[in-house]
Design a protein around this ligand. Structure first.
Ligand code: NAD
Ligand code: IPM
Ligand code: MN
Length: 361
């Protein structure tokens, strides 16, 4: 029996509810598989922790996470602590220190889920967004001068490195090949942003030429957003900078039914450091503590974590159970259902047990 160590960081708001739900599903899948178990390292870093300690995590926080096999995180950020303080104190340092330079975010309209788009059905919306996750617009570099005066000036730098752009664009093409996808689309804004964006376009063109079998397209981000709504069926793999990828991956889940179902994997492809699995959504302060959050984004992240850790059979099992649960209409209010977080979670666990007889372990 293989035992893997997973750092479990529920964080803030609904993160506490969705991580508890996700862990039930992970444990059920491990149980029926029989060859792997997760030992959790329970971590309480959050905005509450900040209020007690004046920081989001201890000084040696990243050293605590480094030896783990993976990190399973809920959400970070809650009213009462400024978002840039909470996020730069916990989530963003993890992504950067552990070189999780790929943020992989599948967007898929599942059977049983309504899209707000007319005449679109499962199969029409099914693409993978590869978001650059370590640099770009999230540079943490800049400054503010003459604060509070009418001469005040604020600058935030955007940083692209050749190595950083090349590796994420190449990952997108390799992902297309691995998944039998035909096309990679890139999002920039090189008409208005005249250094970084033409640089990205140039590198995208260079790397594209190494993959003649994969079609490639470049879009301006504004036009691409519109295209997601009017022609979502055109996309296979989409690669974008940190900020553009962030925006596209709230828009994508919105057309695929709900952000509550959207997963995200912060991947260090070299495996030198742990990768982190967290849903796309945040702490949802408006519904936190009510037990009604959709746990499916967190559960789907669990499936991606199994795949990453080499237990694809467990990942497939979780995804089949999730799809069956959705198709049967056991859903939370954000996708039109009447079930609460735990009812959905238990329904997924029941299906895992039911399906288990038919999967190899
Ligand atoms: P949010 O994703 O938390 O919420 C946006 C809307 O979607 C809300 O109406 C919320 O109720 C709904 N929603 C989100 N997840 C849901 C779920 N699982 N089930 C049902 N409904 C759901 O975005 P926000 O309000 O912009 O951010 C709230 C806080 O979370 C902020 O502090 C923000 O910085 C933080 N945040 C953190 C992460 C992260 O840790 N990865 C991601 C996004 C936002
Ligand atoms: C996400 C979130 C984060 C991001 C925020 C909370 C810093 O929106 O994971 O999509 O922009 O990366
Ligand atoms: Mn986001």
């Amino acid at each position: 029996m293989k035992q893997l160590q997973i750092a479990s960081i529920p964080g803030d708001g609904i993160g506490k509810e969705t991580v508890a739900a996700g862990r039930k599903v992970l444990d059920t899948a491990c149980e029926v598989h029989g060859g792997v178990t997760f030992e959790y390292l329970d971590i309480d870093w959050s905005c509450e922790y900040y209020k007690q300690h004046g920081q989001m995590m201890p000084d040696n926080g990243l050293d605590i996470l480094r030896p783990c096999d993976a990190i399973y995180l809920g959400a970070v950020g809650f009213p009462g602590v400024p978002d840039h303080v909470s996020l730069w104190g916990l989530l963003l340092p993890i992504r950067r220190t552990f070189r999780q330079y790929v943020n992989l975010r599948p967007v898929k309209l599942m059977a049983g889920v309504q899209t707000p788009l007319a005449n679109r059905y499962p199969g029409d919306i099914d693409f993978l967004v590869v978001r650059e996750n370590n640099e770009g617009e999230y540079s943490n570099m800049g400054g503010r001068l003459y604060q509070g005066t009418n001469e005040e000036v604020v600058v935030q730098n955007t940083v692209f490195t050749r190595a950083g752009v090349e590796r994420v664009v190449r990952y997108a093409f390799e992902l297309a090949i691995k998944n039998g996808r035909k096309k990679v689309s890139s999002a920039t804004k090189s008409n208005g942003i005249n250094y970084t964006m033409p640089f990205w376009d140039e590198i995208f063109a260079e790397i594209s030429s190494e993959y003649p079998e994969i079609e490639n397209n470049q879009y301006h981000i504004d036009a691409l957003c519109a295209r997601f709504v009017t022609h979502p069926d055109e996309f296979d793999v989409v690669v974008a900078s940190n900020l553009f990828g962030d925006i596209l991956t709230d828009l994508g889940p919105a057309i695929a039914g709900s952000i509550g179902i959207a997963p995200s994997a912060n991947i260090n492809p070299t495996r030198a450091y742990p990768s982190m699995f967290e849903p796309v959504h945040g702490s949802a302060p408006d519904i936190a503590g009510k037990g009604i959050a959709n746990p499916m984004g967190q559960i789907w992240c669990g499936a991606m974590m199994f795949d990453h850790l080499g237990y694809q059979d467990c990942g497939d099992l979780v995804m089949r159970a999730l799809a069956d649960t959705l198709a049967a209409g056991t859903t939370t209010a954000d996708i039109g259902g009447h079930a609460n977080t735990m009812e959905v979670t238990e329904a997924v666990c029941r299906r895992i047990k039911k399906l288990a007889g038919s999967v190899p372990s």
